[in-house]
Design a protein around this ligand. Structure first.
Ligand code: BTN
Length: 323
């Protein structure tokens, strides 16, 4: 940790910490603390100071560097190794390369911009500079490869819960779209490297449209952002720290207790169960009522002839008359 990181780690968002306590912890004078606080303010940190009470960290600058995020990070392991890049093709690729080179579980790559941001099914992920969050976490769950898929549901729940903390009420749509008012606000791309019996690593890639005010014409009808929904922007680091906390929680819960609690939490954020849906899986198209989510993340679809089908992968559209 550098000296700014150590000072930021001592400051709190909800209470004042005395200049004396900070000076003691850092082994410097109170005047030196005041000087360092002044330097952090110049970098965009909003730090309140009150006589006899000390300092309080009210807001972060809109940067995703390790020290800025660490000031809000409450996790034990996720995000404790952090790489921030200005511009990359895809944070998922960077995270996979780092994972192969030995990145610890929980290592995170974020970027201000992606030039080849990837979505599911070979699609592109709109990744303009500076406005949103492009985050990929290296996970190393101690599970057999066939047990890993619900980790994607865990990431969906984590994203939904982080959005709720920022006053956005999302709906999860199978397999893992995060929507507000029927428009996409976030997406998750989970990629795994494994042998038949051993997971090398999983990369959980999460894109959240945060401060985008206007989308290109072809996306305007299908995409939205936190800023559009709330009317105000968010500091990307605040959101990143909240997301890391929820992702760590749901990863650990899944590893400890299995997929059932993850699937139960996922269902609570979903709004399409009981509705008529169309599912496209490769060349197959099916229509029926979305009945439930199996613990492995498969969708249970009740067909018109009464049969129930398990769909493990595909795209879901909510029938127009059912929305
Ligand atoms: C989807 O809904 O299709 C998934 C979108 C996933 C986008 C994120 S942004 C961070 C990470 N890097 C990528 O290239 N993709 C994921």
């Amino acid at each position: 940790m550098d000296s700014d990181e150590r000072l930021l780690a001592l400051l709190r968002a909800d209470e004042f910490v005395s200049g004396e306590a900070i000076a003691g912890a850092l082994g410097i004078s109170r005047a030196a603390v005041a000087k360092r606080v002044g330097e952090l303010r110049k970098r965009g940190f909003d730090i309140a100071a009150a006589p006899r009470r000390g300092y309080r960290l009210d807001a972060l600058p809109d940067a995703l560097s390790a020290d800025v995020v660490a000031a809000r990070l409450t996790t034990a392991w996720l995000g404790r190794a952090w790489r921030h890049l200005a511009r990359v093709e895809s944070t998922n690729d960077e995270a996979a390369t780092w994972a192969r080179a030995g990145a610890p579980a929980g290592a995170v790559v974020v970027a201000d911009e992606q030039t080849l941001g990837r979505g599911r099914l070979g699609r592109r992920w709109h990744s303009p500079p500076g406005a949103s969050l492009y985050l990929s976490a290296v996970l190393r769950p101690p599970l057999a490869p066939h047990r890993v898929p619900p980790l994607t549901l865990a990431a969906g729940v984590a994203v939904a819960e982080a959005l709720v903390q920022f006053d956005v009420a999302p709906a999860l749509k199978w397999p893992n779209d995060v929507l507000v008012d029927g428009k996409k606000i976030a997406g998750i791309l989970t990629e795994m490297s494994a042998d038949l019996d051993r997971v090398h690593h999983v990369v959980s890639g999460i894109g959240v449209n945060l401060n985008v005010r206007a989308f290109p014409e072809e996306l305007a009808a299908i995409a939205t952002s936190v800023a559009i929904v709330r009317g105000t922007t968010v500091a990307r680091a605040e959101f990143a720290a909240a997301l890391c906390a929820r992702l760590e929680h749901w990863h650990d819960r899944f590893v400890a207790d299995g997929a059932a609690p993850v699937a139960a939490a996922w269902r609570q954020h979903a709004r399409f169960f009981g509705k008529r849906v169309q599912v496209t899986a490769g060349r197959d198209r099916m229509e029926g009522v979305a009945e439930d989510l199996d613990e492995d993340g498969a969708l249970r679809l009740r067909l018109d002839d009464g049969r129930t089908l398990r769909v493990v992968a595909g795209e879901l559209a909510i029938a127009a008359d059912a929305t």
